[in-house]
Design a binder for this molecule. Sequence first.
Ligand code: FO1
Length: 314
Amino acid sequence: MKWVYLSGGVGGARLLRGLSEVLGPEHLTVIVNTGDDFDHWGLRICPDLDTVMYNLAGLSHDERGWGLARESFEALDMVRRYGGATWFALGDRDLATHLMRTEALRGGESLTAVTRRLYRALGIAHQVLPMCDARVATTMHTVDGRALPFQRWFVQEQCAPALRGIRLEGHPEPHLEVLQALRAADAVVIGPSNPYVSIDPILQVPETRAAVFSRAVFAVSPIVAGQAVKGPLATMIEQLAGTKASAGAIARHYAGEGGQQLAGLVVERGDEAEAARLGQGVPIIGAATVMRSHQDSVSLARTCLEAFSKWGHS
Ligand code: FO1
C-alpha cells in the first residue's frame, strides 16, 4: 500500500502523527501547503512545513499547535525594543529553522531539498514534500477592498476582515517527486485542514490536482457539529460559500468542482446525515474525528485505512 497525505498545519499535522505511526516511511508520502509562506525579519518562514516537522519529530507545542515546545522569545523581546515588527512571534529555537532554511535557499538549494535535509536532521524518515519549490502566496481579498498576505490577515488582523475571495499568487509547479508519489499512490487522504487556505493551494496546481483525483481520495472533515475544530473556517464557509458550516459543506467543497469525486468523507459521528444530504453521493464514514490525544490520532488514521478497504476500490 502506498498513501499520499495532503496537509496544512495544525489540524493536518495531528492526523499525520497517527498515520505516520500506522504507515511506515515506504508507505506514506506527505505533500504540504506552502501558500502560507512569507518573509519576516529577512527570513523565509514556512509555517505548515515547520508545524508538520515539529509534530513528526515530537517537538511541537501541543496547546498552541504551532512552534516548538520548550520555547523562549528573547529575540522577539529584543526586536520589540528595537521597534521592529512583533506581530508574528518567532521563538528563539524556531529561529534556527528559519536561519538554516533561508541560508540554504539563498545558496541555491531548492525548498524540497532543504526541507528533506532539515527533516532528516530531526530523525524523520517519512518523505515530506512542499507542494512546489516556487514562491507562492495565498492572498486574502477582503470585503473592504484590501488584498492581504495570508499571515497578515490570519495573525496580525486575527481573521477579522470579512472575505470576498482568496487567490494563490505565483506560478506553482509540482516537484517531480510530488507527481511520482501521487502516480504511485493507491489512495490520497486530505487531512482535516482548512480547505480554502491549506488544501486548495495544493489542488490549484493543475498537474497535482489531476494526479490527486486520478487516485481514490478520502477527506477528513475539519467541521464538527457545525463548528471548526480550530480557527476561522466556519465563518469562512459562510462568507465564501454562502452556506452554514457543516460537514456537508466540506463534502460539497471537494466534490463540487470539475466533476471529480471523493471516494469517501470521514465525518464526526452525528454529522453523517447532513454530510450525506450535501455530499452528492460521496460515501460518508462516521468516526471520532476530534483528536485530543495521540491515541485519538492513531484511531482516526486506522479509520482512514479501513475506509480504503471498504470504499477505495469502487
Ligand atoms: N500563529 C499565530 O496565531 N501567531 C503567531 O505569532 C504565530 C507565529 C508562528 C511562528 C512560526 C510558525 O511556524 C507558525 C506561527 N504561527 C503563528 C502559526 C501559523 O502562522 C498559522 O497557524 C498557519 O500558517 C496556519 O496554517
